[in-house]
Every structure is written in C-alpha cells, then in structure tokens.
Ligand binder design. Structure first.
Ligand code: 3LM
Length: 400
C-alpha cells in the first residue's frame, strides 16, 4: 500500500501483513536458516523454480519488509539491506565494476567511501577520477570509454556542498553510465534522488533512518534488475547482510522519520543562524542559509536543508579543539542523525583517511567542525554552544 504523503508512507508503505496473528509490529524472524518440506522443495528454492526463503544470508522476512519500505520511500522498484552503510557502498560498487573499469567520483565524500575508492578499488584494478561534483564540465571531461559509474553524495559529508541531481542524472543518461547517490544526509523525507533520474540510492541507515544511535546498517535502492544483481553477486557472496533485529529497529525508527527530520531541520536552521552571527565562528556551511551555494536547490531538489551544519572556527586548530572540549551537553562523537546533538572534527576523525593535501583540495579545512543538530530544545543546544565558545575564546587572544 502506498499513499500520496511521505508522512503516511513512513508508517504504512511496504508493510508486511502478519496473516498468522495480525501483529501490528513486524515480527522479528530471528532465524539463520529455513526448513524445507522435502528435498525437492529445497532444490526448487535453490534453482529459483519456487519462491521462498533458504538461508539468512540470502533473505529474511523482517529484513525484506525494511527493503520494501525503503523502496516505497525512495520511489524505486526495490532495495537491498546491508550490515552497514559501507557494506552498501562496497556491495554496490563491486557489483557494478570490474578490473579495467573507471569511476568518476566527487572529490569530497565520507572518509571511508573515499578510502574505498582511493585504495581498495585501485587495488582491484578499477580506475578512479575525483572531480568537483558540482562541475558538469569537470565530470564530462573526466568520463572515459570505460567509465561505468558516477558517484556522489549531496549534501556532501562533511562540508555540506550540494550537487545538482538533475545534472548528474543528465550526464549519466547521456553517456549510459550508472549514477549512484548517497542520500544519507537528507533521507527520503527531504530528497528522493530517483525522482531526478538517479539510478541507485545509498543510505547509511545508521543515521537518520534508524535515528536512535543503536544500529549500524546500510541500504541501497534502485530498479529491480540492479537490486537483484547486487543481491545475487556481492551481497550473497561477500555477505554484508543486515540482521533481522537491526531491520526491526530501523522499521521502528522509520515510523517517526518525518517528524524527527522536521525537528532536526527546524533546530538546525536556528543553530545555523546563531553560528553565522557569532564573532568567533568563521564560515557556516548550511544549505538553509541564504549565503550557501546550495540554497538554490531547496524547494526543487531538497525539501529543507537537513540537520547537519559544518562551520569553521576563527583562529587555529587549537581554538577548534578548545571549543569542542568545553561542550557539556553536545556529545563529542562521530555519526549523525541521532536524537543527541553530536559534534566531531572531520580532519582528525571522519575524514582522516584523506591525506592532508587531498582533504584541503576537497574543501575540508583543519578548523572545520561538523555538528549533527539533535532533537533537544534548540535553546539548550545554543546555550551549550555559546558557553563553549565563550570559554574557548574567553576574551583572550585567539590561540595560534
Ligand atoms: C560519520 N558516516 O560520522 P556506516 N555514507 C555516509 C556516511 O556519513 C557514512 C557512511 C556512508 C559516519 C560514520 S565515522 C567512523 C562514523 C554519507 C558514515 C558509512 O557503515 O553505517 O557507518 O555508513 O560521518
């Protein structure tokens, strides 16, 4: 069942009906294997002559419900759930690419995605070119006859640069290249890349989809053909599958996704304005601000700017550290999209897999701080940021 409104779909779309007991909440099928009524039935399941479950790595009803729910939310035919966001990124790329192929990727990406491309893909003989993902000419000029994939995130982790999805889809379609977008920062509530013609949509379900900081998981959404290909190759044979219990937690998280995301956005908007006005804060990178280059995409591509803000501290790296260490309520932690406000320093944490010069070239400075604005009262978030800023600078000359 699918409805016109995403608020209804996060609750109902893709739900598996429990015909046995009528359970409202999805049962957790905590099983590693499934029994066959006869040897012939087992054989028929393996050959594909009969539909049905075989073994936990090849499918699970609770996980299947999450896949159906995510396909409904992203507006794709199907989805494949994985044991982590990186499981989803690697299963997708290794299903699409082989030695001798080439990928064009945005130069700024989540640190481990960058590491996968920069190191493992190259180890396996896959060529990689990093470009400014905003620049259509740069992408077109990087394309080679063996280019199979264009890969990007928007907004980009951690610097919040936004990429035009219509442009990426147009380039991919004109050249017959598969386009893959990591939609983790937006969630389908704010952005549905498939509507813009993107082929595959990846999520770290660890973040907004689950939303409660207690699961590591990933998902990829796309056409039935592509999802089946991923499931029958890299998901089956590399095996980064999602556990049924984690799928259940994410299904539970999805039911409040639209309300949580709405509040994350409201809070982040107020916090971004506070930071932009603060004398000790340098540039604030938040697409909700009129000063942000990605602001033009709000209303066309993104419903709102999301819950993540990046900003540069005035002064030196030491000032940034002093500020972060003074925080009392906001938690110093990587990850994002949780109820708690989380703050981290990309250069030394999430984006440490980059060499310093690669990081700078990708627009990630040493004084950049990333804030995942939580669901606390916005006044309490601002009060904590303000006291930490005052304590870190405390009227004295800036460090360095
Ligand atoms: C982080 N990010 O704090 P998992 N794609 C995006 C992501 O942000 C992430 C992944 C994929 C962070 C994790 S850093 C050690 C902590 C845009 C994860 C990978 O495998 O579920 O962590 O997703 O930015």
């Amino acid at each position: 069942m699918k409805f016109d409104h995403i608020e209804t779909n996060t609750i109902h779309a893709g739900k598996l009906i429990d015909t046995r007991f009528g359970a409202l909440s999805t049962p957790i099928y905590q099983t590693s294997t499934y029994t066959f009524e006869s040897t012939a039935q087992g054989g028929a399941r393996f050959s594909g002559d009969e539909q049905g479950y075989i073994y936990g790595r090849l499918g699970n009803p609770t996980v299947r419900e999450l896949e159906q729910r995510m396909a409904a939310l992203e507006g794709t035919e199907d989805a494949a759930a994985m044991g982590s966001g990186m499981g989803a990124v690697s299963a997708t790329l290794f299903a699409l690419l082989k030695a001798g192929d080439h990928i064009v990727a945005s130069d700024a990406l989540y640190g481990c995605t960058f590491a996968l491309l920069e190191h493992k893909c190259r180890d396996f003989g896959i060529e990689v070119t990093f470009v400014d993902g905003r620049n259509e000419m740069a992408i077109r000029s990087a394309i080679q006859p063996n280019t199979k994939v264009i890969y990007a995130e928007t907004p980009i982790n951690p610097n919040m640069v936004c990429i035009d999805l219509d442009m990426i889809a147009r380039v991919g379609q004109s050249k017959g290249i598969t386009t893959v977008i990591d939609n983790t920062f937006m969630s389908p509530v704010l952005q549905q890349p498939a509507k813009h013609g993107i082929d595959l949509i990846i999520h770290s379900a660890t973040k907004y989809l689950n939303g409660h900081g207690d699961v590591i998981a990933g998902i990829v959404c796309g056409s039935q053909e592509m999802i089946e290909h991923i499931k029958l190759t890299t998901l089956k044979d590399i095996g980064a599958v999602m556990s049924p219990h984690d799928a259940w937690l994410i299904i539970r998280g999805l039911k409040t996704l639209h309300i949580r995301v709405e509040r994350h956005c409201q809070n982040a908007e107020v916090v971004s304005e506070f930071l932009e006005k603060h004398p000790d804060v340098g540039t604030v990178f938040y697409p909700g601000l009129k000063s942000h280059e990605g602001h033009r995409l709000i209303g066309t591509q993104m419903k709102a700017a999301g819950g993540v803000i990046a900003f540069e501290m005035k002064g030196s790296f030491e000032n940034a550290v002093a500020f972060m260490d003074q925080l009392k309520m906001c938690k110093r932690a990587v990850s994002l999209g949780d109820a708690e406000t989380l703050i981290q320093h990309p250069a030394s944490m999430t984006h440490s897999p980059y060499e310093p010069e690669q990081r700078r070239a990708a627009g990630i400075s040493d004084t950049l701080i990333r804030l995942s604005v939580g669901l606390e009262h916005v006044d309490d978030i601002i009060a904590d940021l303000e006291q930490a800023l005052n304590a870190a600078y405390s009227g004295i000359a800036r460090v360095g």
